[in-house]
Design a protein around this ligand. Sequence first.
Ligand SMILES: *Cc1c(COP(=O)(O)O)cnc(C)c1O
Length: 261
Amino acid sequence: MRKRFYRIGQPYIDAADRQSVLDVLRSKNLALGPKLKEFEKEFARFHKTKYACAVSSGTAALHCAVKSLGLKSGDEVITTPISFIASSNCLLYEGVNPVFVDIEEETMNIDPLKIEAAITKKTKAILVVHIFGQPADMTPIMQIARKHKLFVIEDACESIGATYKGKLAGTFGDVATYAFYPNKQMTTGEGGMVITMKKRLWTLCMEYRNQGRKIEDPWLHHYRLGYNYRMDEMSAAIGCVQLKRLKWMIKQRQKIAETFF
Ligand SMILES: *Cc1c(COP(=O)(O)O)cnc(C)c1O
């Protein structure tokens, strides 16, 4: 039999993506413009959530999420060892200690049955990673979080558009992050997004991404320590196009996956 090769990490780019970038370049509005707002609005709408903040990478999104919850040096956050390194690095940036809980064999996601044994007085949050397009078992995880008054961060960087009991990955916890690196379900080149139902968390993320400036501040007033985590207009324009065909792209991935079984 002839060998067949499938690329698992190649993005889908067509004329619509290319056109969207040309349109931005012609407009000369390359940063903090209308495409950024449109992408955020559409991404929030897709997830039936209130707020979205587009940033320069999934790692930046995670860092903003950790900071917006006020996690700090000496705190502990329960998470999974089977992940991309960014989901632990975002904790280490703030001196927060990742506490690793083992995974379920079936899904490769954090095992809810093993979480409670890892909770200490220092535990502030659970950072769930929905790995390889498979959401973690959110019902028991949210029950444990509520019982112990822990925040829940969802790293849905690898599971954009995946559902758990009919709800999209990233719509269960306090705050969720997505990444748009070229190997993800959809891409913007480099890029990321934070979503939340909580205005306070969103406001903080918007300030962190723009050097600590207040939202819509027309001048250089810096209210807190911030970063340059902004997403540019070319990336946001690609994001708008990619989001429109996300469901179709996921179907194509599923077709390829089915050929392995
Ligand atoms: C891709 C990914 C990220 C973020 O990656 P960036 O390269 O910073 O966009 C974070 N967590 C997980 C689990 C990922 O797979």
